[in-house]
Design a protein. Structure first.
Length: 251
């Protein structure tokens, strides 16, 4: 079922996303060689709780942490650990969610740990651009296929793979709502976008094959061929005036 949000609901989602982006920015600054992903997780949780929110991922379907921290060939759902210490040249994808007043926020970034390779830098930048391209399609009357096609077009033109197994999603009173938001598709197809719909758009792009394998922990998804992966995400509201990235503009 598709749920369209009122202005008051969007305001709560904006507040949740403010906390998410605040946590992600703090993690970005703290992600240096020698730091563990568990330390980053503790930092994010503290910021969310102090801001009056609740971590959205912790306990969700049994997930044990506030952040998903995915390093190098890990695509999504990496579990923070005191045993995972960041190294110079790593790329780290960080996914974070928060709940405020019963409404969810969800966003992700990929950050460089120290100096990274040209290949890694290009992958991260193209993935970020994929997200920006997708956001530009979030207008009333456009369709989900327009959003996915924008991601696919940018990524594949750069020679990168687009993950099929994981997709974006609607978001609101639940972390995952209808509709699913693939990062591939045909323009002019799929659900028509209407004001009040909020989409968590999250390109997951690889430097090689788009195929995925899951670790024994049942969570961590990584590239089947061991190539690098990057991930960016915004929660984006459809409005009469176009896309509104929640958590950024002043409330």
């Amino acid at each position: 079922m598709i749920f369209l949000k009122s202005e008051s609901e969007l305001e709560l989602m904006h507040r949740a996303n403010v906390l998410v982006h605040r946590a992600l920015e703090s993690v970005r600054r703290a992600a240096r060689p020698g730091v563990t992903t568990a330390e980053l997780d503790e930092l994010a949780e503290q910021l969310i709780v102090e801001g009056g929110g609740r971590p959205a991922f912790k306990g969700y379907r049994g997930f044990p942490a506030t952040l998903c921290t995915s390093v190098n060939d890990e695509i999504v759902h990496g579990i923070p650990s005191s045993k995972v210490r960041l190294r110079e040249g790593d790329i780290l994808s960080v996914d974070c969610g928060a709940v405020v007043g019963g409404y969810y926020g969800d966003a992700a970034i990929t950050v460089a740990v120290g100096g990274i390779s040209e290949e890694a830098l290009r992958l991260v930048e193209i993935t970020r651009q994929c997200l920006e391209d997708a956001v530009e399609q979030v207008w009333p009357g456009n369709r989900l296929g327009d959003v996915g096609a924008a991601v696919q077009r940018r990524a594949e033109a750069a020679g990168f793979g687009v993950v099929r197994e994981f997709v974006g999603h609607g978001i609101g009173r639940s972390l995952h709502e209808d509709p699913q938001v693939p990062n591939f598709g045909r323009p002019g197809t799929g659900l028509q976008l209407k004001p009040g719909l909020v989409l968590a758009i999250e390109p997951m792009i690889t430097a090689g094959s788009w195929r995925v394998r899951i670790d024994e922990d049942g969570w961590t998804a990584r590239t089947e061929d061991g190539t690098l992966a990057a991930h960016f995400e915004y929660s984006v509201a459809v409005t009469e005036d176009g896309p509104r990235v929640l958590g950024f503009e002043e409330s």
